[in-house]
Design a protein around this ligand. Structure first.
Ligand code: FES
Length: 176
């Protein structure tokens, strides 16, 4: 079961994979997965690029989910205080693609990171909650992203992209 305590141990954090109309747990020891609904138009409309809405309520602190928008994987991370602090204590000028954490999240919603899960090197899909910076790790050629999705090590030239999204309410976002 996903618990707050799992957020304290990054190596054991549960990961939720979410697809339209289906929910499955991948990896970890998750036995009960919170129901995560993606309230969308039908699949063909989504495939054509319609915006999608995602309910954030079931995503516990320390968890990530992956949804698809325009055929792209989108990671939504419910960051812990520690992860936010890690992202914000880094001198921006030291980053390969300088961007503050504040520039990559929505004001008042610092705990939510939403990024396109496509490595900016050659397009592999990075793994969430992996790597030296507790963010994302791309096993293809070793690019490491931090808890803000910013590139920190490896060949990727730029940060993970932030897709267009807005908060419809405190617990729901619209992507696209
Ligand atoms: S595609 Fe990610 S490191 Fe090369």
């Amino acid at each position: 079961m996903t618990t707050a305590s799992s957020a304290d141990n990054p190596t054991r954090r549960d990961f939720l994979y979410v697809a339209t109309g289906a929910v499955a747990a991948v990896g970890g020891a998750a036995t009960v997965v919170p129901l995560v609904s993606q309230m969308n138009p039908d699949a063909s409309t989504v495939a054509a690029g319609a915006p999608i809405e995602v309910d954030l309520t079931p995503i516990a602190e320390g968890q990530d989910i992956k949804v698809f928008w325009r055929g792209k994987p989108i990671y939504i991370s419910h960051r812990t205080k520690k992860q936010i602090e890690e992202a914000r204590k880094v001198p921006v000028s030291s980053l390969p693609d300088p961007q503050s954490d504040e520039q990559r999240v929505k004001p008042g919603h610092d705990q939510w990171l939403v990024v396109v899960g496509i490595c900016t090197h050659l397009g592999c899909i990075p793994i969430a909650n992996e790597g030296a910076y507790d963010g994302f790790f791309c096993p293809c050629h070793g690019s490491v992203y931090d808890t803000s999705g910013r590139i920190r090590q490896g060949p990727a030239p730029t940060n993970l992209a932030v897709p267009p999204y807005t908060f419809v309410s405190d617990t729901k976002i619209q992507i696209g």
